[in-house]
Ligand binder design. Structure first.
Ligand code: AMP
Ligand code: MG
Length: 441
């Protein structure tokens, strides 16, 4: 029977952009192929029935990389920890193909760990199995927490020994395929600015708007509307990370998707206890991308993106778009935090004092960040006037108990004004019981 992956009608949206945007590469050959993860939840989006796709189909397409289409290592630069780096690009991955989903949207299938490319520099082009599994977990957890994210389609262990400074080595190798709306990054535009190619910025911007911002009205100021929409998407994404207790770890501009999705999970972490200074990447010595700095880091990235965009659009449009970041961020953060507390907040600002007190509580009481929300969901009985007894599970000082009581009173005053069924629904939707993150001591 024909392999479903090889039979998909791939579209060449990137190849149509022209050869300035990629290098055609080949995949590495691996000594072994053991399918470790297949994400059947994604198959219906691509019009496939999971039962009709065998494990061997996955291995043939995404382990041996059989398939007729060219594989494209995408070109990009980026600001890494504040410094411009023109030596980037897909160094261990390529765009396997682009497919139209059942929802009409175009999806990228991109690899990670598929071998060396012209951008590998001195590195091996490989992905460790641990790194691959960590990305699978991050993406699935974030998706479940309501964050707009890439997902992993497959992870195949490939039988090589890898040496890494941050894992006990030798460590096992793997190759992953990631599905997301677009692998085009802020850094894809930044490279064109570096090269002084306003013509290519124009071409790429038209492509991005037509393909990923098709809802914007034609004619008029489409460029300005695009940037304003991107600012909103990124502000909302950042707010959703913050509400999810997620620290991405490496918010360089080559890790910022032009579609405003979250992707590329390396040294990320979910918070154990709430701590704005928590830093996920061991090599982030200054804490540039610590948990609490994520909104500022994303704002800065959007600001840097203005340099290439200014080559083809007006500075005032860009400034006006970026001015809205804080308003979008606060609205999204308050709405999502309210939802995690089981509250609908048409006027999200009304809920602000409760959110602030919740954060204070989470900072001072020894409970895991996501664990706390899972406790709320589990403890909710769907009636008005009920109480929560979280502190019986915890070893609290008198001071902590007083804070708990203060929080509890304020929380109940909000809950009692809400529809209990809707509260139960929200608590379930946004507070998964399976929590990633280091356990609290
Ligand atoms: P990341 O930190 O994963 O976002 O990667 C930053 C840059 O380094 C990108 O250009 C990657 O393609 C490249 N890179 C990371 N790890 C490797 C590796 N093992 N081999 C080749 N290139 C890599
Ligand atoms: Mg990256």
């Amino acid at each position: 029977m024909l392999n479903s992956w090889l039979a998909l009608p791939y579209e060449g949206a990137i190849t149509q952009l022209g050869e300035d945007f990629y290098d055609v590469v080949t995949a590495a050959e691996f000594p072994q192929h053991r399918l470790r993860w297949r994400n059947d939840a994604l198959l219906p989006i691509l019009g496939l029935t999971p039962e009709a796709v065998s494990d061997d189909d996955f291995v043939e397409a995404f382990g041996h990389f059989r398939g007729a289409h060219p594989f494209l290592a995408l070109r990009y630069h980026g600001y890494q920890f504040g410094h411009y780096n023109p030596q980037l690009g897909d160094g261990r991955g390529f765009l396997y193909g682009q497919v139209r989903g059942q929802d009409g949207a175009l999806y990228d299938l991109g690899t990670k760990g598929s071998g060396r490319t012209p951008y590998s520099r001195t590195a091996d082009g490989r992905l460790t199995l641990k790194g691959g599994l960590r990305e699978v977990l991050a993406a699935e957890a974030l998706h479940r927490l309501g964050v707009c994210t890439s997902r992993c389609l497959s992870l195949i262990e490939t039988g090589e020994e890898l040496w890494r400074g941050d894992e006990p080595s030798p460590t096992r190798s793997s190759v992953m395929v990631r599905m997301q709306r677009s692998h085009l990054r802020f850094g894809t535009f930044e490279r064109l600015h570096y090269l002084g190619r306003a013509d290519l910025v124009r071409r790429l911007l038209d492509h991005v708007i037509d393909t990923y911002y098709g809802h914007l009205p034609p004619g008029g100021d489409r460029d300005g509307l695009f940037y304003a929409d991107l600012v909103q998407r990124v502000a909302e994404l950042t707010a959703h990370w913050m509400a999810a207790g997620f620290c991405h770890g490496v918010l360089n501009t080559d890790n910022m998707a032009i579609t405003g999705e979250s992707f590329d999970y390396g040294p990320y972490a979910f918070l154990s206890t709430f701590d704005p200074r928590f830093t996920a990447a061991y090599f982030d010595y200054q804490g540039r991308y610590c948990f609490g700095n994520q909104p500022a880091a994303c704002y800065w990235n959007l600001e840097m993106l203005q340099f290439p965009l200014k080559m083809v659009m007006t500075a005032s449009d860009l400034a006006a778009g970026l001015d809205r970041f804080a308003a979008h961020y606060h609205h999204a953060y308050e709405t999502r935090m309210a939802a995690r507390l089981g509250l609908e907040a048409p006027d999200a600002a009304a809920i602000k004092p409760l959110i602030l007190l919740t954060l204070q509580l989470l900072q001072r009481v020894p409970v895991g960040y996501n664990e706390f929300f899972a406790h709320l969901r589990q403890g909710y009985q769907g009636v008005r006037g009920q109480t929560f007894d979280l502190t019986v599970h915890l070893d609290c000082s008198d001071e902590q108990l007083t804070l708990w009581q203060e929080w509890h009173d304020l929380y109940l005053s909000h809950l009692d004004r809400h529809d209990p069924d809707r509260t139960a629904e929200l608590l379930q939707k946004f507070n998964p019981l399976t929590v990633l993150g280091r356990p609290t001591d």
